[in-house]
Write a protein that binds this ligand. Structure first.
Ligand code: WTA
Length: 652
């Protein structure tokens, strides 16, 4: 079913790009044969305060996982992203801010201004008692202050935890509690598609809930974005602009060890609550900077736009850290792709002369659905390279992106990676890799993908399997914050000696990789990760629900939709009102991204005799694939399945 059309590297790309096919082959070989030599040289991309003497100290031998890179080196991330550029490019724009409304004037922030803002903010944090190693939670919309806040933490050695502005007060509270964060940076309101998002009000609720769990947020710094009315609590809440204006603009960057924490980012797993993925300083920054430079072939003067939110890892590595470490001009867009019209993205491209656009297949599909006129009424002549991330891109969307958006001129970098990996892992390079629509193509330098079968045997040649990585790379997460055992068990226990990604994957006869999606209970909804367990535990917390099972099913726009099987408490009646109530409940509890697409009431769920829910069967029914339900004779009550199928078919 896959599209095997090959798009060879255009000659002009092979000539001008940093990496052509020969160099890719040579560097890739060296990166595997001599990782110390390879990464030792690549590390010159960063400014070190004290140069390391050791490069790689890693082992995936279960259960003693060791991941250390450049361990005796020291550096500061904010100095690498700002200070070192001041000599050459102080007046160059570091950040272009494109506000939600096209009628509001964009902002251009130079590297000098970035230095000033970040230093002042870092001093505010220090004055308010934030120390090296303390956790600072950032709950902001896509505004430059989000980048300032991340970099200010890095400047003083505090560990930031950015929480996506679309998450609910409860989700925010859970993340504040987990890392025992005592400082919060938020805004009065966010703005998305002309609608305000009550960030400060959410933050107030979250702070209250965290306090009830014994975690006391001492200060809340509030950016004034919309000017909407908010309550400011005396002694706790401070206006960002007032504090920053009074603070000194002189704040020397702190010398950090390469293995000191840089940030925590919570992400969904197959079980339990979201995990705090911990990234450290040296290896992460090097990997983000190098992949940004090489995969997007970034050259001085280019205007680069990654449309992800800073609340996700893509925003960390490819809106903030990678581009700024490279002295790039990075665009931050506050709004949404289809407001005020589906032409917005292309208008922003024209307005700012964007050369590189990096976005998600779900956005591409929805803009494709709006029709070509919106695209074709804009010029897009500045575009030279396109990127996608977050989920497999279907060939139809790939072709549209390539042909209609990029007018066959722009290669598409389909980058496969994860919150855990810090940066691109399997990806084309524009001057080196022939493209196949829907394939993330080949591994980046230093990455050793392995496909294993259910027993963990590595497959040779072409075939389908579970995607593992055989050896460490500098951008790898180091632990789950506060729960190292969970880190070891989640990623290294199943297939010994390897990092398990949770993804299924096929390798074709040319050695190209095709990601087929998660093989665990993680959903990918519009490119956002969500654990089925999170939605289930939200549903069963509702007083009328006795049991719930959640699975993904193919969804035209979102990639995957959320399908919920719900068993009600004795005496409760199924109804459409109750469906709506449950939908609103989950939205409020987790956030709008977790909103169930379909709810099916079912008096029972298919379980094995030992009480395990047979998700495989539930997935098939949600996909309307009844031919292949497999052996149901091992179920405790096989009649449950007939009942589920009957109910589902009646509703079609
Ligand atoms: C999926 C986002 C196919 C995959 C950077 C992975 C992809 C999960 C691709 C990580 C891609 C990401 N092709 N699938 N190009 N990129 N994925 O942690 O299932 O939010 O495991 O990181 O997204 O999602 P996360």
């Amino acid at each position: 079913m896959t599209d095997q059309t090959l798009y060879p590297v255009p000659e002009r790309w092979a000539e001008r790009a940093y990496i052509d096919a020969d160099r890719y082959a040579e560097w890739y070989r060296k990166s595997l044969d001599d990782p110390d030599g390879f990464w030792g040289e690549q590390a010159d991309r960063l400014d070190w305060i004290r140069r390391f003497t050791k490069v790689k100290n890693t082992s995936f031998a279960y259960p003693d996982i060791t991941i250390k890179w450049f361990e005796d080196g020291t550096l500061n991330v904010s100095a690498n992203c700002i200070d070192r550029h001041l000599a050459d490019r102080a007046e160059q724009t570091a950040i272009i801010f494109e506000p939600d409304s096209p009628d509001e004037t964009p902002r251009h922030i130079t590297y000098r201004e970035l230095h000033d803002q970040v230093s002042r903010l870092a001093n505010v944090l220090k004055e308010r008692g934030v120390r090296r190693g303390d956790r600072v939670t950032i709950y902001l919309p896509m505004i430059p202050e989000a980048a300032f806040a991340m970099l200010a933490c890095a400047r003083i050695g505090a560990t930031h935890s950015v929480v996506f502005g679309g998450f609910s007060p409860d989700s925010l509270a859970g993340r504040i509690e987990d890392c025992r964060s005592t400082f919060l940076i938020t805004a009065d309101e966010g703005l998305r598609g002309g609608k305000p998002v009550p960030l400060k009000a959410n933050a107030d609720k979250a702070v209250e809930r965290a306090a009830a769990e014994g975690v006391n947020v001492k200060s809340v710094l509030v950016v004034r974005r919309t000017g909407g009315t908010v309550e400011m609590k005396e002694g706790r809440d401070l206006w960002f602009h007032e504090e920053v204006a009074r603070a000194s603009a002189d704040c020397p960057p702190v010398e950090m060890g390469a293995e000191d924490p840089l940030f925590i980012l919570y992400t969904s797993g197959s079980t339990g609550k979201p995990k705090g993925v911990l990234h450290t300083t040296g290896g992460y920054l090097l990997y983000a900077a190098m992949t940004h430079r090489i995969v997007f072939d970034y050259h001085d003067g280019n205007v680069y736009w990654c449309a992800a939110d800073v609340g996700w890892v893509t925003g960390h590595s490819y809106v903030v850290y990678g581009p700024l470490a490279n002295g790039a001009t990075t665009l931050m867009f506050e709004g949404v792709p289809n407001w005020p019209t589906p032409a917005r993205i292309w208008e922003v491209v024209d307005r700012h002369g964007v050369n590189t656009l990096y976005t998600a297949p779900t956005a591409i599909r929805s803009l494709m659905g709006a029709g070509n006129d919106y695209v074709q009424q804009t010029s897009r002549k500045s575009l030279r390279l396109l990127g996608t991330v977050g989920e497999p891109i279907n060939p139809e969307a790939w072709h549209w992106y390539h042909h209609v958006v990029g007018e066959d001129r722009c290669p598409i970098m389909d980058t496969w990676w994860q919150t855990e990996t810090g940066g691109h892992m399997i990806t084309p390079l524009p001057g080196a890799t022939a493209l196949k629509p829907g394939s993330a193509t080949l591994p980046f330098f230093g990455i050793r993908p392995v496909l294993v079968d259910g027993e963990g045997h590595a497959l040779e040649g072409a075939g389908d399997g579970n995607l593992c990585i055989a050896d460490s790379w500098p951008g790898q997460m180091r632990t789950v914050y506060g729960d190292h055992k969970r880190f070891v068990e989640t990623y290294f226990a199943l297939y010994k000696g390897k990092y398990f990604t949770g993804d299924g994957c096929r390798r074709d006869a040319d050695g190209y990789y095709w990601i087929t999606g998660r093989v665990d209970d993680v959903l990918n909804v519009s490119g956002h990760r969500l654990g089925t367990a999170e939605v289930e535990s939200s549903l069963v917390a509702h007083p009328k629900v006795s049991e719930a099972a959640v699975v993904g099913y193919p969804h035209d726009l979102k990639g995957q939709g959320i399908y919920c099987y719900v068993t009600l408490m004795e005496g409760e009646e199924p109804s459409d009102e109750l469906k709506k109530e449950l939908r609103d409940w989950v939205r409020r509890d987790i956030g709008p991204i977790a909103s169930p697409d379909q709810i099916q009431f079912s008096p029972g769920l298919p379980k094995t005799r030992s009480g395990k829910i047979m998700r495989r069967i539930l997935r098939k029914i949600a996909e309307d694939d009844y031919s292949n339900l497999g052996d149901t004779s091992t179920l405790a009550d096989p009649g449950v399945v007939d009942n589920l199928v009957g109910n589902r078919q009646n509703r079609r």
